[in-house]
Design a protein around this ligand. Structure first.
Ligand code: LLP
Length: 421
């Protein structure tokens, strides 16, 4: 049965004193921290992490949180304290994970297009596994490992040609996508490298996309990975883990979608055919609901056709998902004004017509200086920020048990210009 992931803890709730995050008033946070600011709930992260961990309790598993969703150090440290390991997608993310206290052996290194320098670093520091994206990359890893006199632990990412039924920009498991090696080539790639010096073939890896909201693609991906693992077993390759990647979606719009228990219920029966421990790389499902981008209305205007705009001090530089994928994010006024809801276009300040958070969104009256919170922005929000139009990266605040701390200060123009001559 499919249950609704909105059953998970929702940290942003209206109170008599306006919107609050875990009991901390958003108004008082931004009185100190300014706008735009990302506000995160530590409790929401804990709850979401544990929901995934609990869902897989009946099967040997480890969670490697995908840093790409949000790698602010305080969030990484919180996840480490919960027992999470890390999935890094670049040399930079490996170093951030290490800075947050993760042991190299608890990091998997994924990602298409790893540079020689990144591979050298990953091998030297001794990451838990490098998820190789091609036969050529495997051979480069072997050569670099031999040069260092080390053995690199590797998995191969397979591309199963499965449609994740997500947005095309974040689907990665089709044969037209750039990711992985074709599933039908994988067995030969492993077989030919069974005794290769410098390589230890410890796993197989798959990741078919992100914001996946139906079980069938996830089940099929697991099934194809398990079938490959069984074939590799016949070939004498004994695997330590099957890496299922990430991809579990969250409910941005409030309609029922799959939750971690549904996901586990779909893939564990497949995994049992192998008995091999599973690695999970969730990103969005861990941090997505935990964060909101709080912004201020800086202008309002009405066009003759009746279209009404609220212009915010945050835009695609702070949260690019709506502009890039047409993504829906709930928008709530921090202190809703009395009055009828009308249709608003909520837009950012950037000189691009795509800099729009929502069109025709029903909202109560908005006036200049009002605060709004754009919800479910904990994943792929801050990390995708840019300085376009010379906007400065926002501050980030974490609320824990009603108290809040600045976990990243607002960028200054001096920070930005310090790189320039
Ligand atoms: N593992 C690999 C190899 C990945 O490529 C990704 C995400 C993940 C794990 C984590 O996936 P998640 O559990 O978060 O779905 N910027 C886009 C999402 C891009 C996802 C890229 N890969 C967005 O804002 O929706």
């Amino acid at each position: 049965m499919i249950t609704c992931d909105l059953l998970v803890y929702q940290p942003f709730e209206p109170t008599g004193h306006g919107l609050a995050c875990d009991g901390a008033s958003i108004q008082s946070i931004v009185d100190h921290a300014g706008t735009p600011t990302y506000v995160y709930s530590a409790r929401a992260i804990r709850d979401a992490y544990r929901a995934i961990d609990d869902a897989f309790a009946s099967y040997p598993h480890v969670i490697h949180y995908a840093l790409k969703a949000n790698s602010t150090l305080a969030i990484m440290r919180l996840l480490r304290s919960l027992g999470s390991r890390a999935d890094a997608n670049s040399g930079g993310e490996i170093r951030v994970a290490e800075r947050a206290g993760f042991a190299p052996s608890d990091i998997v290194f994924t990602g298409v297009g790893k540079t020689r320098e990144e591979l050298e670093y990953a091998i030297a520091t001794g990451v838990g596994a490098i998820n190789a994206e091609s036969a050529g990359e495997l051979d480069r890893i072997a050569a670099l490992a031999c040069t260092q006199g080390r053995v690199a632990r590797v998995a191969v990412r397979v591309n199963p040609d499965i449609d994740a039924q997500s947005h095309p920009n974040i689907s990665t498991g089709l044969r037209t996508n750039k990711f992985g090696v074709p599933l039908q080539d994988a067995r030969a790639i492993y077989r030919e490298r069974r005794g290769t010096k410098g390589l230890r073939l410890v796993g197989v890896h798959i990741h078919i996309g992100s914001q996946i909201t139906t079980l069938d693609p996830l089940r099929r991906a697991a099934a194809s990975l398990v079938s490959l693992a069984l074939e590799l077993g016949d070939d004498g390759v004994s695997l330590e883990h099957l890496d299922l990647g990430g991809g579990l979606g969250i409910a941005y719009e409030g309609r029922p979608i799959i939750n971690p228990a549904d996901y586990a219920g779909a893939v564990i029966p497949e995994l049992r055919r192998s008995g091999v421990p599973v690695v999970l790389e969730p990103g969005r499902a861990v941090v997505g609901h935990s964060g909101a981008l709080v912004a201020r209305v800086v202008d309002t205007k009405r066009f003759p056709d009746g279209r009404t705009f609220a212009v915010l001090d945050a835009g695609m530089g702070e949260l690019i998902r709506p502009a890039l994928y047409g993504s829906f994010h709930r928008i709530v006024p921090v202190a809703p004004r009395p009055g009828a809801e009308t249709a608003w276009d909520v837009v950012g300040p950037i000189c691009e017509s795509s800099d729009v958070f929502a069109r025709d969104r029903m909202l109560p009256p908005l006036e200049v200086d009002d605060l709004v919170a754009i919800l479910d922005a904990g994943a792929y929000g801050s990390v995708m920020g840019s300085n376009y139009n010379r906007h400065l990266l926002p501050a980030e605040v974490m609320v824990d048990a009603g108290a809040w701390t600045v976990i990243r200060r607002r960028q200054t123009l001096e920070d930005v210009l310090s790189l320039e001559s």
